[in-house]
Design a protein. Structure first.
Length: 126
């Protein structure tokens, strides 16, 4: 009967230890579940950060493209201004030529007028 009592006590102890192991295992499972949840949350945050970085990169590229286009536009404007300046110089030169031609025409007209007057005086005298 002593062996029976010892066996019963050992069986109880083993049962208690199994219960403790089950409790600890349950806690471990719960902890692992909590860790898994946290990892998923971190993964979601990392994905959001990656998307934001990608959007930022795309926005930066867009800004670079816009700056390049603006630079090209500025070059075209500068080129157009230079063209306008050249055209203005040419117009000024042409205006100067017209003025010179008009002055020459005026002188010739005065000379012709004088010749006509002299001719008419000569005709009247005769």
């Amino acid at each position: 009967m002593g062996n029976y009592a010892q066996t019963a006590r050992a069986t109880e102890e083993i049962g208690g230890q199994i219960t403790q192991i089950q409790g600890v295992t349950g806690q471990a499972v719960a902890a692992i579940g909590s860790i898994t949840t946290r990892i998923r949350e971190i993964n979601g945050v990392a994905a959001s950060i990656a998307a934001a970085v990608e959007e930022q990169g795309a926005a930066t590229q867009e800004i670079v493209r816009n700056v390049a286009q603006a630079s090209t536009g500025t070059s075209e404007v500068t080129s157009n201004i230079a063209g306008v300046a050249r055209a203005s110089e040419e117009t000024g030169a042409a205006a100067s030529q017209v003025l010179s031609a008009a002055s020459e025409l005026s002188r010739q007209s005065e000379h012709l007028s004088g010749e006509v007057a002299r001719f008419l005086r000569g005709v009247r005298a005769a």
